[in-house]
Ligand binder design. Structure first.
Ligand SMILES: [Zn+2]
Length: 241
């Protein structure tokens, strides 16, 4: 993976802007990781994908992430800060291979959800944990005969969903927070894709504003302006400020 140039950031934003978030994540990673093909990226489980998205964020926008949440008890606006390097070194991401688990006499073969499974779920209508399981489970052997996911008792499917989430902790990164107003402790979900996309959109807005100012004042093309490094662009921007 490598950091993107201003032109690269603009291109990837343009490509992903109209896409569903599942495709948008793959678009970002395909541009940032030219050494990986799209099919390999699509088969990464969500924890592996999100680990790469954290790396993308670190390379392009830095390791420190400031996020905001509302205290669910008193409504106070809270700020928290975390370090991507620390987060990534605290957990190992799960591999994407086939696994098996036994619950109540059923042996279930499955893999952890990847982008293809998520996309299939959305295609078939309103996504549910059951439709996700149908995509991730490759076989169920019962005490008597094999069964489909929908024939399994609800306790079994719930246990499997919990196990999959435990086995892929990076698919669901939560930040522990404590309210400085009322002392309430809670955990807030950190959706790295939305986080990165919001930052990328802001960055693109700033870049295009710089292009506009320099093009109007000096008559240069967008390509020429974006090919300058940020320090050089800043000197020209200061001249016309
Ligand atoms: Zn509070």
């Amino acid at each position: 993976m490598h950091a993107l140039t201003p032109t690269g950031l603009l291109k990837v934003w343009e490509q992903g802007e109209g896409q569903h978030p599942i495709d948008r994540a793959l678009t970002l990673l395909a541009v940032a990781c030219p050494e990986k093909n799209l099919s390999d990226l699509a088969h990464l489980n969500i924890g592996q994908r999100d680990t790469l998205l954290f790396r993308f964020r670190q390379l392009n926008f830095g390791s420190r992430m400031d996020s905001y949440a509302e205290c669910p008890k008193c409504g106070a606006e809270l700020e928290s800060s975390m370090d991507i390097e620390k987060l990534l070194s605290s957990q190992t991401s799960a591999d994407a291979g086939e696994r098996s688990a036994a619950f109540d006499g059923f042996v279930i073969r499955y893999h952890l959800p990847n982008s293809i499974d998520l996309a299939e779920c959305f295609k078939s209508g309103i996504p549910s944990s059951l439709s996700l399981l149908e995509n991730c489970v490759s076989g169920v052997t019962g005490e008597v005969e094999s069964k489909s996911v929908r024939e399994l008792p609800q306790e079994v499917t719930s246990s499997l969903v919990s196990l999959m989430s435990e086995q892929d902790p990076f698919s669901d990164v939560k930040i522990s927070m404590q309210c400085n107003q009322c002392g309430h402790q809670f955990s807030a979900l950190l959706d790295i894709l939305s986080f990165v996309w919001k930052e990328l959109t802001q960055k693109v807005g700033r870049l295009l504003q710089e292009v506009y100012i320099l093009a109007v004042n000096f008559g240069w093309s967008e390509r020429d302006i974006l090919s300058m490094n940020s320090s050089r662009r800043k000197i020209y921007l200061d001249m016309v400020a």
